[in-house]
Design a protein around this ligand. Structure first.
Ligand SMILES: [Ca+2]
Ligand SMILES: [Ca+2]
Length: 474
């Protein structure tokens, strides 16, 4: 039966190479109700988590650097290290984060500051520290109540990998071919992404090597999850096998697939393959389209409706930016700070694993690699630190079930509830002040001012430009 299900999934995936636009003219608010599922096995990361994503080399420089570190070259190593993260764990926890996701620590090809060009799958890169440092990081994070997700790369190796010259390992790689059509699933799986040597996971030796290595990292270091890089670029059979092997030994270990696809109908197939969650690029697109001057909440409601396509949307990672995409704050000039704050307000009041890219709290700017990966500024406190702390507290108290109540072109109102505590969130995403009317019966208390309001059918709210209000439902 399990085999048959896998076969259906694989066939569906094979047919789903290209994206199709999503649209549905009739949107009822009840379609956008989310209740996190109660899975039989609880994963180490759930919708209650807030994940802080760190590029090790760009975060905090605590240890003396190697000669190839050049702080003036955005494409060179800049000196961040594992010891630096250990020193900043209190900072991350105080921000309200419950987990960290760190870029790959494995030994990389020269220049691989980002960690995705692995040369030795069993060693920690000398720029970042030692395996001892990494174990200490995991131990100290756990002691502070935070989990650790390690970025894991099994699709490719770094350029110039020694295996390429090993006569015994010629069939460890796919034939060197560029990916020219990103809608061709064959190319996605077998092509050399960005020219990187593409591992041949159909070869049982490669498959077993990668599974063994992954299990080694889990056993050796005590990490809580993997963010699996370029998960769309390996054969489905390998994915199934890899996930099955990890989950058999470590059922609670969180597996997050990086699936860079905008369509929830495609993303959900990877959750069906066994990933606990995927990088939710569908909702990401909804967020970047909506929280800006040209956004339309009616479109956002469609994105929210698509969340019901997932088996369990609450285990996905949701985000407003990352190292592969423009920093959110860069996208908008007028009301840039306000829109960033509003996007974050959504991020932390929606039941999924909120993922905050380092530097967002300091309003770092930068559109594409390498300027979206600049060094974390430590000279002063990040401008959004107080907001993020407030949102993390709200999330911990009020966010579990989620239901949209009303929306129009420039506003949305939704209800969240956790353990009997209810909250109403109202947003005006327009650049002008607005009176928003929401269908509501009952008594509310403004979370920030304490002011109470009673509504008998219609709640009338005066909303400033690009503003969000939080009300405790009494
Ligand atoms: Ca350093
Ligand atoms: Ca591949």
């Amino acid at each position: 039966m399990k085999k048959l299900l896998y076969l259906i999934i694989i066939v569906t995936l094979a047919l789903s190479g290209c994206s199709t636009p999503v649209g549905n003219p009739s949107i009822a608010p009840e379609d956008t109700m989310v209740k996190p599922g109660d899975a039989a096995v609880k994963t180490s990361i759930t919708h209650e988590d807030n994940i802080y994503f760190i590029l090790i080399d760009r975060f905090y420089d605590a240890v003396e650097n190697l000669p190839d570190v050049d702080k003036n070259d955005p494409k060179a190593y800049q000196g961040g290290d594992i010891r630096g993260i250990i020193e900043k764990l209190d900072y991350i926890r105080d921000l309200g984060m419950t987990a960290i996701w760190i870029s790959p620590v494995m030994d990389n090809a020269p220049g691989g500051y980002h960690g995705y060009w692995i040369h030795d799958f069993y060693a920690v890169d000398e720029h970042f520290g030692t395996i001892g440092d990494f174990k200490e990081l995991v131990e100290k994070a756990h002691a502070l109540g935070m989990k650790v997700i390690l970025d894991y790369v099994f699709n490719h190796t770094g350029p110039g990998m020694a295996w390429l010259d090993d006569p015994a390992k010629q069939d460890w790689f796919h034939e060197k071919k560029a990916i020219t059509n990103w809608n061709d699933k064959d190319q996605l799986i077998n092509g050399w992404i960005y020219g990187l040597p593409d591992l041949n996971q159909e070869n049982p030796l490669v498959r077993d090597y990668l599974v063994e290595n992954a299990l080694w990292w889990i056993e050796e270091t005590g990490i809580d999850g993997f963010r699996i890089d370029t998960a769309r670029h390996v054969p489905d059979e390998f994915l199934l096998h890899f996930i099955d092997e990890v989950k058999s030994d470590f059922p609670e270990f969180y597996l997050l697939g990086e699936v860079w696809h905008n369509n929830a109908r495609i993303l959900k197939l990877y959750q069906n393959l066994g990933f606990d969650g995927v990088t939710n690029y569908s909702l990401y697109n909804g967020i970047i389209e909506t929280f800006g001057p040209y956004g339309d909440m009616r479109d956002f409601a469609k994105y929210l409706r698509d969340e019901s396509l997932f088996t369990d949307a609450s285990l996905n990672s949701i985000f407003i930016d990352n190292h592969d995409n423009p920093r959110f704050y860069s996208s908008e000039r007028n009301y840039g700070k306000e829109y960033t704050g509003q996007a974050l307000a959504f991020l932390f009041t929606y039941p999924a694993a909120a993922t905050l890219y380092y530097g967002t709290e300091a309003l770092l700017e930068g559109e594409y690699d390498p300027v979206n990966r600049t060094f974390m500024p430590w000279a002063s406190d990040g401008e959004l630190v107080p907001l993020i702390k407030e949102l993390a507290l709200i999330k911990s108290l009020y966010v579990q079930d989620f239901e949209v109540i009303a929306y129009g072109a420039k506003y949305i109102a939704y209800k969240t509830e956790k353990d009997g505590r209810g909250m109403l969130v109202a947003m005006n995403s327009g650049e002008t002040a607005s009176n928003v009317e929401i269908p509501f019966f009952g008594k509310l208390r403004d979370y920030r001012t304490g002011e109470t309001i009673e509504a008998a059918g219609t709640l009338s709210l005066v909303m400033g430009p690009v503003s969000t209000r939080f009300f405790i439902i009494e």
